[in-house]
Write a protein that binds this ligand. Structure first.
Ligand code: SF4
Length: 390
């Protein structure tokens, strides 16, 4: 009788695990975490803190890279995504008092205050040369009484009517909450109405960092993290997808970053609607935040890797090149990141805080950046299905 045939090893899985050999063999201090990654076992808060406190950056990157590989099929494992998107920031007039914000102006009469009407937005978009090929609007703005539910209904109606091929992603949880208060409605009412007029997904801004301490100090008027999570949870239950963010460089500790990631993971366990997680950096020009809080390159890379390793239930981790710069975003692709956002037309929010990156990169530049990192550039649809593989 012949011996039972052993199952063929999955070559792709084998390669991802092989990468961890140096950590698994011997007595590497992160060996037990490598074992958990191989077994698909969830990392704990303690694991997160050990990674955060480790100085073995390359080992942390290897763990995150292996976790990324183990998440995807062999055919798509090296895909790095971006989307052809267009940012619309309707106004910078905002009642918010966030001390890290360089974008907002308290009064419509302030120097540099602006407000775009629906027709102005539609005209601007219509003149964009890449319009035929545009996949997504990304709409976030200040919070001011003129931006009520009626405004958004009119805007979404017009955008849907003139540009039906473009997905409307818009309104952070903080904006949804503001509109609900302004119009005396529930979050669900606002989301339902917006959805009826073309709203398709929500961006993850407004989360900042989930720390009571930093919240009290820098954005006391903003919704709490419990409210932020609840609004995203409600949107998910209604069938909307969204992204989640974490704003770093506000003086938060590693413990607070790890706790933030775990709260996002907990919400995702419940409602499963986050497609992507995006670690963001604060920029300091024209803000009240001390620039000495800025993350160093090593801290940025650890944050990308921790996001991949702790958020085992979110598929995509994004390197937002507009804040990190294309070069750091490219390196992040070896630290668990598999999405470089988009071509980003007309970004204003980060640039008013001194971000020194371009406001736009061409598809060719993005593709070159991804290819020279040894990955496959994929222009995507909003749901991550490939639109064009380079
Ligand atoms: S971060 Fe948003 S809510 Fe806060 S002041 Fe700036 S625009 Fe307003």
């Amino acid at each position: 009788m012949s011996a039972p045939t052993a199952p063929l090893p999955d070559l792709h899985h084998h390669r991802a695990v092989e990468q961890l050999d140096p950590l698994l063999s011997g007595h590497h201090p992160l060996g037990d975490i490598a074992e958990k990654v191989v077994q698909g076992e969830r990392l704990t808060q303690q694991d997160g803190m050990r990674l955060a406190e480790s100085n073995d950056l390359l080992a942390i990157g290897t763990l995150a890279d292996a976790a990324r590989k183990l998440k995807f099929e062999a055919a798509t494992v090296d895909y790095v995504y971006w989307i052809h998107n267009y940012h619309i920031n309707i106004t910078n007039v905002c009642e918010g008092t966030c001390r890290f914000c360089a974008f907002s102006r308290r009064s419509p009469k302030a120097k540099e205050a602006y407000f775009l009407t629906v027709d102005q937005i539609v005209d601007q978009v219509a003149q964009y040369p890449g319009l035929a090929d545009l996949a997504e609007f990304h709409i976030v703005s200040g919070m001011t009484p003129d931006l009520n539910l009626a405004y958004y209904v009119a805007l979404f109606d017009k955008l849907s009517q003139h540009f039906p091929h473009v997905h409307i992603k818009g309104l952070t949880a903080a904006e949804i909450d503001y509109i609900a208060n302004l119009d005396g409605l529930s979050h669900e009412d606002v989301l339902t109405t917006l959805r009826q007029h073309g709203h398709r997904s929500m961006p993850g801004g407004g989360a900042e960092v989930f720390s009571e301490r930093i919240h009290r100090m820098l954005y006391p008027d903003k919704i709490s993290h419990e409210q932020w999570l609840a609004i995203h949870g409600k949107a998910h239950q209604m069938g909307l997808k969204s992204t989640a963010t974490m704003l770093c460089g506000l003086g938060e500790t590693w413990q607070e970053r790890v706790d933030h990631l775990l709260l996002v993971r907990e919400q995702q366990d419940k409602t499963e609607g986050f497609t992507t997680f995006i670690p963001l950096n604060c920029w300091y020009d024209n803000t009240a935040v001390d620039a000495s809080n800025a993350l160093t390159g090593v801290e940025n890379l650890k944050t990308f890797a921790l996001s991949r390793l702790l958020l085992d239930n979110i598929d995509h981790i994004k390197g937002y090149w507009i804040q990190h710069g294309l070069k750091m975003a490219q390196i992040s692709l070896s630290f668990g990141v598999n999405d470089l956002d988009g071509t980003v037309i007309q970004e204003k929010i980060s640039h008013m805080a001194g971000t020194d990156t371009a406001q736009y990169v061409t598809k060719a530049e993005l593709a070159h950046t991804i290819k020279t990192a040894g990955k496959i550039p994929v222009e995507r649809h909003p749901d991550y299905s490939p639109r064009h593989i380079y």
